[in-house]
Ligand binder design. Structure first.
Ligand code: NDP
Ligand code: KPL
Length: 320
């Protein structure tokens, strides 16, 4: 995404880990998307740093760490960032913005963002946007200026005056992250199996019931509104695979970010996605058996349990 912004002409400094620094230092950045769009930036033109010092020069800090790393990143931003700069959370989940506001106080402006598509790292500096969609951020003058600077590239930015509703709408879609991670398959391979989709649809229906009870209105993310989504997701294979899945524009390389975490032995964001609904249920005195069970299975997978075939996952979670 930062690569797309730089390709559009904006000055970007990347801050991350040494493994990416050496890949990008050797190969530069090659960016592509599902429609065949491609751009490349040569190694000498990528300003990639492994320490937080580069934060000092940033007007906008686009935060792209996993939810469990937010508090530590916020501490580095508080120490090295320039007072008054914007911290744009491009993370999934709901509570990262609260963590950032808590850690950063009033010295920085925290702005909620949302990335609806998947980006896969293909090695040798190649990053691939495998799903259609545009990034969203809270509407603010600086964000409007940023959106104008980026223009209509695959990293385009749109603005919304109700980001919290959008974040809840996205959380419902992210309930598939755990199912796809437990399947051990790409998004496309997983979504083609109705038993996996039944689990996804059930966790979404449970989420919708809880949100209604809490008087939270999730916004529409993508072509289908939240009310219709469980029905669309749970549709028979002939309908889902031939109509809905084709419209979604997910390509063969796309995987969920939680699948990436499990594949590389990292702790997942389950506590910030399905776990967010379990906590909401506890606060409301309601039950959330489907999402609770999914959290437990992801914990097991984090400890090395193998992927689950479609019918087995359905039985384990739905009991039928
Ligand atoms: N991947 C995707 O397609 C999508 C992801 N998202 C959301 O975006 C967020 C980021 O996801 P994703 O890109 O997959 O995450 P990744 O874990 O792939 O990338 C985050 C990177 O940041 C590094 N990092 C963590 N803390 C710091 C720090 N303090 N300083 C420098 N580098 C740091 C991590 O290193 P290390 O692992 O060593 O900690 C890792 O390399 C998540 O909330 C995710 O849910 C949303 C939509 C799509
Ligand atoms: C794009 C999507 C919905 C893909 O699962 C995602 O948010 C993720 O991978 O975290």
């Amino acid at each position: 995404m930062g690569g797309c912004w730089q390709a559009a002409g904006l000055p970007v400094t990347f801050i991350g880990r040494p493994s990416f620094a050496s890949d990008i230092g050797g190969y530069g950045l090659t960016l592509s998307d599902y429609s065949g769009w491609e751009a490349s930036i040569s190694p000498v033109n990528v300003d990639y740093r492994c320490g937080p010092e580069g934060l000092a020069g940033a007007d906008i800090i686009a935060l792209c760490v996993k939810s469990g790393a937010t508090a530590d990143a916020a501490k580095q931003i508080a120490q090295h960032g320039r007072e008054g700069s914007i911290v744009l959370s491009l993370q999934n989940g709901i509570s990262n913005v609260d963590v950032l506001e808590h850690e950063l106080g009033s010295r920085f402006r925290v702005v909620r963002g949302m990335v609806p598509y998947n980006v896969a790292y293909l090695g040798e500096g190649r990053f691939h946007k495998g799903v259609a969609g545009e990034i969203y951020s809270e509407d603010a003058a600086e964000m409007r200026e940023l959106a104008k600077g980026i223009g209509p590239s695959p990293g385009a930015l749109k603005l919304s005056s109700d980001m919290l509703s959008l974040a809840w709408g996205k959380l419902l879609i992210n309930l598939n992250n755990a199912v796809s991670a437990l399947s051990g398959r790409t998004l496309l391979e997983e979504l083609r199996e109705r038993d996996y989709r039944r689990v996804f649809a059930a966790s979404m229906s449970e989420g919708l019931r809880l949100l209604e009870k809490a008087r939270i209105k999730p916004a529409k993310v993508g072509a289908v509104g939240p009310r219709l989504l469980p029905w669309v997701i749970g549709a028979p294979d002939w309908l889902f695979n031939n109509v809905f899945l084709k419209k979604w524009k997910i390509d063969a390389k796309a995987r969920s970010s939680m699948s990436d975490d499990l594949a590389s032995g990292r702790r997942t964001e389950i506590d910030y996605i399905n776990g967010e609904l379990v906590r909401l249920a506890d606060r409301l005195g309601a039950s959330a058996p489907v999402n609770r069970k999914i959290v437990q299975l992801i914990r097991k997978a984090e400890s090395g349990a193998p992927p689950l075939p479609p019918a087995q996952l359905r039985r384990e979670i739905l009991g039928r």
